[in-house]
Design a protein around this ligand. Structure first.
Ligand SMILES: Cc1ncc(COP(=O)(O)O)c(C=O)c1O
Length: 445
C-alpha cells in the first residue's frame, strides 16, 4: 500500500523523559475497552458513545473497602448519587455494599427505585423540602442538617409525624489545607456547630447521633482528612462530656481526588493523586489523635469521583481538521463540552482508537457545538487524524452523565461492558422526541 502523505511539521525537541510536568505522555492506541474492540462498540451503538466498565467500578469500590477495613473498625461507604446516578452504575456499587448518599428528593427516589432500603440512604444537601423530609423519615433515611432554618423545619416535620428521629448535623472547617466549603453546614472554629448541637439537644425534638463533614472536592492534600477527623471527633467528645450526647457516626463525606489532572496542575494526576490507603491512613491518624485507644464511632465515607472516574470513557469520531492562526492543529470531533463538562476542570487524556502515523504535534480537540467554549482538550501532542478516525477521552466517569446538558445535540447511548465482555445500553440515546415530549404548545399559537 502506498504510504499516506504526511505534511512536514516542526516540533520542539525534548531531551529525556521527565520535566517539571512529570513524565512525558507516550501515545498509546486505545482500541479496546475491557477486551471489546472499540470499532465494534461504535458499530453497534453509534458515535459519540459513553462506555462504563463494570470491572473497574467493582475494583475501585473493593479497593476503598479493603483499605477502610485495614484501619477503621466500623465503617460504611455511601455512594454519592450526584457523581453518577445512572441506575446500572449505582446498582453495581450497591452490589458491592455501598449505601446511597443523596442530596435531593429526586435522588432519594432514584435510590428507592433501585430497591435501596431507607435505612441505607443518607440524605444531605442544603435545600430539603418539607415533603422530602417527610418521605425521608417515613422510609427511615438518615437526615443530615445543613443550617438553622432547616433544623427548625426538621423539628416541625418530626413533631407533626409524632417521631423523635436520629439526625446528623453537617459541620465545616476553615482551618484546613484546602479551600473552605463553609457555605455548607455549621462552622466548627467559630462555635456555630457546637451552638447548633446544643440547641437541638435543649429542644429535645430530635436526637443527634451523627456529625458530618465534607471538606471539599478533589482534595489533593490528604492531611486535610486528618485535621477534619480530629476536629469532628473533638466536637463529638465535647458533646458527650457536656450533654451526654452519644455520637455513633462520623461521616467524613467525599472529596478524594481522582487520577484526572486538573487544568492548573503540573504533575499528571496519576503521579500526584494520593492513594486510597493514604487518605484512609490520615482519617485513622486524626481519630487516633482524638480518641487514642477508646472506641471510635462508625465512619462513613461518601467518596464519589475517586471511585467512578476511571470506569468511564467517551468515544468520539473525527469530523475534520483545520489549522488555527497560531499554528496549532484543531481536530473537530462529534462530542463536545455539553457531554463532557469536566473538560473545563481537567486536562483529560485523549488517545487514538486506531493506529496512527506521523509526528505528534500540538493539537486542540474541539467539539461540534457552534460555541467558542467547546474545547474538549487543549494542547496535547497528537499525530495526524483524518475524518472518520476515532478518539477515546479517558476518565470521564464522574459528574459528566449527571452534569451534561441538553444543548444543540442529543445525548448519545451509554453502554456498560460487563465482566464477561458482554455489553448493553444503560441509557438510550436521546432523540428529538425525547426533547420535545416535555414541551407544551399554548392553544393560541
Ligand atoms: C455531601 C457530599 N458528599 C459527597 C460528595 C462527593 O464528592 P467527591 O466526588 O468529590 O468524592 C459531595 C460532592 O460534592 C458532597 O457534596
Amino acid at each position: 500500500m502506498k504510504p499516506r502523505y504526511e505534511r512536514p511539521v516542526i516540533v520542539r525537541h525534548q531531551v529525556g523523559s521527565i520535566s517539571k510536568f512529570g513524565s512525558r505522555p507516550s501515545i498509546r492506541v486505545y482500541d479496546k475497552f475491557e477486551g471489546v474492540p472499540i470499532a465494534d462498540l461504535v458499530s453497534a451503538y453509534g458515535s459519540p458513545l459513553i462506555l462504563f466498565s463494570e470491572r473497574l467500578l467493582r475494583e475501585r469500590m473493593r479497593e476503598l473497602r479493603d483499605q477502610m477495613a485495614t484501619r477503621i473498625p466500623r465503617f460504611t461507604i455511601g455512594w454519592s448519587y450526584k457523581t453518577n446516578y445512572l441506575g446500572a452504575v449505582c446498582r453495581v456499587l450497591h452490589q458491592e455494599g455501598a449505601w446511597a448518599e443523596v442530596v435531593s428528593g429526586l435522588e432519594m427516589q432514584m435510590a428507592l427505585r433501585l430497591g435501596m432500603p431507607g435505612h441505607q440512604i443518607l440524605f444531605n444537601g442544603p435545600a430539603k423540602t418539607d415533603a422530602e423530609l417527610e418521605m425521608a423519615f417515613t422510609k427511615g433515611a438518615h437526615v443530615q442538617m445543613d443550617h438553622m432554618d432547616e433544623v427548625a423545619l426538621v423539628e416541625k416535620v418530626a413533631e407533626r409525624m409524632g417521631i423523635r428521629p436520629k439526625v446528623g448535623i453537617r459541620v465545616n472547617m476553615t482551618e484546613l489545607p484546602t479551600q473552605s466549603w463553609d457555605r455548607f453546614g455549621f462552622n466548627l472554629e467559630n462555635g456555630s456547630a457546637l451552638e447548633a448541637a446544643r440547641r437541638i439537644v435543649r429542644r429535645g425534638v430530635l436526637e443527634i447521633d451523627t456529625l458530618h463533614i465534607h471538606v471539599g472536592t478533589f482534595v489533593q492534600d490528604a492531611d486535610a482528612y486528618r485535621l477534619a477527623a480530629k476536629g469532628i471527633a473533638n466536637l463529638a467528645k465535647q458533646l458527650r462530656d457536656e450533654s451526654n450526647v452519644s455520637i455513633d457516626t462520623i461521616d467524613m463525606g467525599g472529596g478524594f481526588a481522582s487520577r484526572n489532572t486538573l487544568q492548573s496542575q503540573y504533575l499528571p494526576g496519576e503521579q500526584a493523586t494520593p492513594s486510597f490507603s493514604q487518605y484512609v491512613e490520615k482519617i485513622a491518624a486524626g481519630l487516633d489523635e482524638a480518641y487514642g485507644g477508646a472506641e471510635w464511632p462508625r465512619i462513613v465515607l461518601e467518596t464519589g469521583r475517586a471511585i467512578v472516574d476511571d470506569s468511564g470513557i467517551l468515544v468520539a469520531s473525527v469530523v475534520g481538521n483545520k489549522r488555527l492562526t497560531d499554528g496549532r492543529r484543531a481536530v473537530i470531533i462529534d462530542a463536545g463540552v455539553n457531554l463532557l463538562p469536566t473538560a473545563w476542570w481537567y486536562r483529560h487524556d485523549v488517545f487514538p482508537a486506531q493506529d496512527v502515523h506521523g509526528t505528534a504535534e500540538p493539537t486542540v480537540f474541539v467539539g461540534p457545538l457552534c460555541m467558542n467554549i467547546d474545547v474538549v482538550r487543549d494542547r496535547i501532542l497528537f499525530p495526524a487524524l483524518k475524518a472518520g478516525d476515532r478518539v477515546v477521552v479517558g476518565r470521564i466517569g464522574a459528574y459528566n452523565v449527571t452534569q451534561w446538558m441538553q444543548f444543540i445535540t442529543a445525548r448519545p447511548n451509554v453502554v456498560m461492558v460487563g465482566l464477561d465482555g458482554n455489553h448493553a445500553i444503560i441509557r438510550r440515546a436521546e432523540t428529538v422526541e425525547t426533547l420535545v415530549q416535555q414541551e407544551e404548545m399554548p392553544a393560541w399559537l
